[in-house]
Design a protein around this ligand. Structure first.
Ligand SMILES: *Cc1c(COP(=O)(O)O)cnc(C)c1O
Length: 365
């Protein structure tokens, strides 16, 4: 397998999904497994489904096409509105989407009618996060108009927190969400099947036993893929954090002196002269900013320390490495969400699926 590549252990993804699903099930909550960070990788979705998620959440139609082509026939929910050009495809591909705009809903409804279908929607409300959603005061009116559209059935309301403004899910804002759902039910004479309260950031509140009883749905990506909740980025109980790792190859390993004194240029990616690089044992890894958000990498090899990155190289201090580092060695990194998404999006980085880890290199994590 050509390096660098993202290695996904689908058995670990399945275990992580099961840990999240079991916790949620105990609180009466169903989980959609969100695959957008792995661009709808079908084997990852399948692993999530084996772990007990009841549907897949995807933000992009291309990723949904990849899921379907890869044999995933579970329900898929579209978690970002489609572009206008994608409305008909969206209605064909998914039975349920998250929505926050009336004009788009009219288009979705018209496309659904034309296709002889009814399209289910969860209406998103913005509780202050300044991401998707109508404002709380506008929700009952919006829901009434949406519910009256031919081809559209309003089946729930939802929200998304800890993503842009960074609001943390709390008892107060979750109770507010439930109140809003009940306002909508009263004002529009609807019964809402779903209150979809958020993402991996909702897990700490849930684990504390503080999620209101009517919340019955979450959309979870990061906690399943990376084994972390997203408020404090702490490892999530019962999950592993190395289900997804990035492997790359050492292409130089030498003792190097500190740079000589003299004027320094702004460096390509750092917009400031180097603050002073010490000498020492230094490995160059064939992995750079053109491949991945290098700020989001954590070495899993003992004693490795990333000093910085250019477009094609990571510069790694290996002076304290437990094992000698030689050209051709494979080094392994854990990924944060940004590193995961950028690596998966990169044409320079492959994807390799394994079922359990054969090598012992990253077991110390
Ligand atoms: C990405 C996304 C999620 C999943 O977020 P994680 O932090 O990966 O759990 C949930 N809902 C929406 C609307 C999203 O865009």
């Amino acid at each position: 397998m050509r390096l660098p590549y993202v290695e996904i252990d689908v058995l670990a993804v399945e275990r992580n999904a099961r840990a999240v699903v079991e916790l949620c099930a105990a609180a009466g909550i169903e989980v959609a497994g969100v695959t957008k960070a792995v661009f709808g990788h079908p084997e990852v979705a399948t692993a999530m489904l084996r772990g007990g998620v009841t549907s897949i959440g995807e933000s992009r139609l291309d990723n949904i096409a990849r899921l379907r082509a890869g044999g995933v026939d579970a329900p898929v929910m579209l978690i970002r509105p489609p572009s206008l050009a994608g409305v008909a495809e969206a209605v064909d591909e998914v039975a349920l989407s998250l929505q926050s705009d009336l004009m788009l809903l009219e288009r979705m409804g018209a496309a659904a009618v034309a296709a002889g279908r009814v399209h289910d929607v969860i209406l998103m409300v913005d509780l202050g996060e300044r991401r998707e959603g109508v404002l709380p005061d506008d929700l009952p009116g919006f829901a009434g108009e949406a519910a009256a559209l031919p081809g559209i059935r309003v089946v729930g309301i939802g929200t998304n927190l800890a993503c842009f403004a960074g609001l943390i899910p709390t008892v107060d804002n979750m109770n507010r969400l439930v109140e809003l759902a009940e306002d909508v039910e009263r004002a529009c004479g609807l019964e809402l099947a779903w209150i979809s309260a958020g993402s991996s950031s909702a897990l700490p509140l849930l684990a504390a036993g503080a999620m209101p009883a009517r919340v019955n749905h979450l959309r979870i990506g990061e906690a399943i893929l990376l084994g972390r909740e997203t408020v404090h980025h702490r490892p999530w109980p019962g999950t592993v954090q190395d289900a997804v790792v990035l492997r790359a190859e050492v292409v130089e390993s030498k003792d190097k002196p500190a740079p000589p004194p003299g004027p320094r240029a702004d460096r390509t990616f750092m917009h400031a002269p180097s603050p002073g690089v010490a000498g020492g044992r230094c490995a160059l890894v064939a992995l750079g900013r053109a491949d991945v958000d290098t700020e989001g990498l954590t070495p899993l090899d003992a004693g490795h320390r990333v000093l910085g990155a250019a477009s094609d190289y990571l510069v790694v201090d290996v002076g304290d490495a437990t094992d000698p580092v030689a050209v051709g060695d494979v080094v392994t990194y854990a990924l944060d969400y940004s590193a995961l998404v950028t690596a998966m999006a990169s044409i320079g980085v492959g994807t390799h699926v394994v079922e359990g880890r054969q090598t012992g290199r990253c077991t110390g994590w």
